[in-house]
Design a protein around this ligand. Structure first.
Ligand code: APR
Ligand code: PHB
Length: 389
């Protein structure tokens, strides 16, 4: 089998890239380890930047998100009983869109299938051969048979645990990492959101986040211990703890109900450099991870897709490799700024196990500063809605 771009990983990065390339007549094949059903049951964040919305529109999947998504032009921050709003429209020219990542992935699968996109599920033992030559290949096993996919380029969109990053020799690669000493316990429930905008809460008991998918579906998180397990937390214990971490007025309004999903995610900041080796290009979680505070994971993947798609178009349409040659540099410049924001917002809002009282006071002082200082709010708003590509 042969294609122009072999895409490893059928998560949002791989699917978006594949669909964008399709609009330009550039052929790709997506190789996914899991089944489609498995990919679509993963629950991830739900805040989309304008840059991602524009890419979705360009890919022909911008219709449902504008119909069913919710534009938010501000977000709330609380500390103890105090709450204040960061107004995006006052400081930027764009809102963000609340729409689940799972729905983005679903829309992309539908579009790929409607346009006869080649998607291969349940592949195993994926191996990238000759990435540093002019004729790379991807070998994989499906239905018990070993297959070879010859291509011009390989897009490594296979997430943090994929094979693509590990294909780049360790001597040529440098990883940067910060692991946080806590996790997020998330609950999805068929209840109306406590507030029409998101609330990021710093409390003495730890961080909490009130988010949503729509008027009848809420997504809440509380900071938890790394050794906690979801089954250790009854729904009642979760709601009780959430109430203690958000302002009293909000706690009193909180509508609770049975959880329909409950899971724990660790928090990590991670970047690998470079994001390119020969004809292999890393994209999304394969190259970097952010802690979820600020919902930058998918949005940062989208900016990589933008740079890679632009570079591939340049080479196929104009015979110019400049965009691909500068892919790693351009993608990383934006990745690091998003890493900084996600790290800053996480550090500001969580309780750290070894945090001194002095450090807690400093955290509160910074939140107070943000509450009253327009310049600080502008910096926060610009990062939250998404830095330009
Ligand atoms: N071969 C084929 N597919 C693989 C392999 C492999 N060896 N390893 C992993 N995959 C698949 C996974 O099953 C997954 O479906 O690659 C896909 C990667 O998808 P994601 O992990 O979702 O990563 P990405 O597409 O870059 O999406 C960006 O944004 O909010 C964040 O972490 C969140 O998923 C999110 C990400
Ligand atoms: C979510 O809705 O899942 C969500 C929203 C905002 C975040 C993180 C997660 O910062």
């Amino acid at each position: 089998m042969r294609t122009q771009v072999a895409i490893i990983g059928g998560g949002p990065s791989g699917l978006l890239l594949s669909q964008l390339l399709h609009t330009r007549g550039i052929d790709s094949v997506v190789l996914e380890r899991q089944t489609k059903a498995y990919v679509l049951q993963r629950i991830r964040a739900g805040v989309l930047e304008q840059g991602l919305l524009d890419l979705m529109t360009e890919a022909g999947v911008g219709e449902r998100v504008y119909r069913e998504g919710f534009a938010h032009d501000g977000t709330l921050l609380s500390y103890g009983d105090e709450m204040f709003r960061i107004d995006f429209t006052e400081h930027t020219d764009k809102p963000v869109m609340v729409y689940g990542q799972t729905e983005v992935t679903r829309d992309l699968y539908e579009a790929r299938e409607a346009t006869d996109g080649r998607l291969v599920f349940q592949v195993s033992d994926v191996e990238i051969v000759g990435a540093d030559t002019d004729s790379p290949k991807v070998q994989y096993t499906v239905d018990g048979a070993r297959q070879t996919l010859a291509c011009d380029y390989v897009a490594g969109c296979d997430g943090f645990h994929g094979v693509s990053r590990k294909t780049i020799p360790e001597t040529l690669r440098k990883d940067y990492e910060k692991v946080y000493p806590f996790g997020w316990l998330g609950v999805l429930s068929r209840t109306p959101p406590v507030h029409h905008e998101l609330i990021y809460a710093n409390s003495e008991r730890g961080f909490a986040l009130c988010s949503m998918r729509n008027e009848a579906l809420s997504r809440y998180y509380i900071q938890c211990r790394l050794d906690d397990r979801p089954e250790d937390w009854s729904d009642q214990a979760f709601w009780d703890e959430l109430r203690r971490r958000i302002p009293g007025e909000q706690a009193a309004r909180l509508v609770t109900g049975p959880s329909i999903e409950k899971s724990i995610a660790p928090l990590r900041s991670f970047v690998t450099e470079p994001m390119r080796w020969g004809r292999l290009f890393l994209c999304g979680d394969a190259a970097h991870i952010v802690p979820p505070t600020g919902a930058k994971g998918l949005n940062t993947a989208a900016s990589d897709v933008h740079y890679l798609y632009t570079g591939l178009r340049q080479v196929y349409e104009e015979g110019d490799a400049e965009g691909l040659d500068r892919y790693s540099e351009r993608a990383l410049a934006r990745v690091w700024k998003t890493e900084r924001f996600s790290w800053w917002f996480s550090t500001l809002m969580h309780r750290f196990p070894d945090q001194t009282e002095f450090e807690y006071k400093i955290q509160l002082a910074e939140i107070e500063f943000l509450r009253t200082n327009k310049a600080a709010q502008a910096a926060m708003a610009q990062n939250y809605v998404g830095l330009p590509y």
